[in-house]
Design a binder for this molecule. Structure first.
Ligand code: ACO
Length: 323
């Protein structure tokens, strides 16, 4: 008997405040045309007073639970991928646990920056297939607007806030790629590249700090590493590009998304793209795209989905799952 981690609910939350590219014009030396052509981003959402990583995560989780017809009491664990937890500790995941009124189970954060949701999914799958949990809420939630240097045009125009959630459930499979659920995962990191993408604050400085990125250097690593990890995950799952229905990539830059799809031999018609409306929401971008893709009628039950992401660390990885 093979145990599979099957998606039984999905949901997302976006702050009401929408910031169009044009809003940056006049404040920093940039324009809508540069942002659109270099990144594909047209707008992003930013939190308002009272909205935090944990409140957005809770809102997304509630929708996923409702869709699955489950209550917080049915959940054994919450794994929250974030680099922008409300406080240094406790984990934002335990805050979500409390906000949901959940008194059972356990909750913890995973921090792998933009690859965080892939790492969280992989951890959730490990808990499920090892029998330690039957149902796991896997959430990505970020408030990158809180770590932007608004004077830095090379980063401040790229990021946004939001949250997405999946509810996974242990179900019996046959052990073949025809099963619903997570079929394979692939995780990687290489700490030698820390200077390409980091926040210049934290415990060691006593400040929150600002995101710093050598964007063109990250870009250079992105397409190659994303295509490689997606290929490894597909091989592990026993599937090929021809079997794939949807790629749901980390939404950092439309040019990275296009380059990776091309390398994987998949047309853009099979890629879920939300970067134009959300910007780069780091660990929230994949669950947001999965939930929006489902809402749009793109992702349907039984579809084979490949997700992949890269971010600070560098850390990168991929998950192959049948929806
Ligand atoms: N408006 C106008 N000009 C700008 C802006 C802006 N907002 N930002 C930078 N420029 C300028 C630069 O100063 C530079 O000018 P120069 O030639 O006079 O020096 C020029 O535009 C080109 O800059 P590049 O950085 O080479 O531009 P590039 O085409 O590489 O695009 C971008 C930049 C969009 C950041 C791209 O490199 C990218 O998307 N990189 C990857 C980001 C990513 O995937 N991050 C990973 C995940 S994020 C995470 O983990 C948190």
């Amino acid at each position: 008997m093979t145990i599979r981690s099957v998606v039984i609910g999905s949901g997302h939350y976006l702050p009401k405040r929408i910031v169009e590219n044009a809003e940056f014009e006049g404040k920093i030396d940039t324009d809508d045309e540069w942002i659109r052509s270099r990144s594909g981003i047209e707008r992003r959402h930013f939190v308002s007073e009272g909205e935090t990583t944990s409140t957005m995560a809770t809102a997304a989780a509630r929708i996923a639970l409702e869709e699955a017809g489950k209550t917080p009491a049915d959940v054994d664990a919450i794994i929250l991928a974030t680099s922008t937890a409300d406080l240094t500790f406790p984990s934002a995941a335990t805050m979500v646990q409390a906000q949901l009124g959940m008194e059972n189970g356990f909750a913890f954060d995973v921090q792998a920056v933009c690859a965080g949701f892939i790492f969280a999914l992989s951890n959730a799958n490990a808990l499920i297939v090892s029998g330690q949990a039957k149902r796991v809420l896997v959430i990505g939630s970020e408030t990158f607007s809180k770590i932007m240097d608004w004077t830095d045009r090379s980063t401040s125009v790229l990021f946004g806030d939001g949250a997405g959630a999946l509810l996974l459930e242990a179900q019996e499979g046959t052990g073949t790629p025809a099963d619903r659920g997570i079929l394979s995962t692939d995780l990687n990191s290489d700490g030698r590249y820390r200077d390409l993408l980091y926040v210049d604050g934290g415990i060691s400085t006593g400040t929150t700090g600002y995101l710093r990125m050598q964007g063109n250097q990250v870009f250079r690593h992105a397409v190659e590493k994303l295509a490689a990890t997606a290929t490894t995950a597909m091989e592990r799952a026993g599937v090929t590009a021809e079997d794939v229905d949807w790629i749901v990539p980390h939404q950092a830059n439309i040019r990275i998304i296009q380059g990776t799809a091309k390398k994987l031999n998949l047309p853009m018609e099979q890629v879920v793209v939300t970067v134009q409306d959300h910007g780069n929401t780091s660990a929230a971008s994949i669950p947001l795209a999965l939930s929006v893709g489902k809402q749009r009628g793109q992702i349907k039950q039984g579809d084979l989905v490949v997700t992949e992401a890269i971010g600070g660390g560098l850390a990168w990885g991929a998950v192959v799952l049948r929806w």
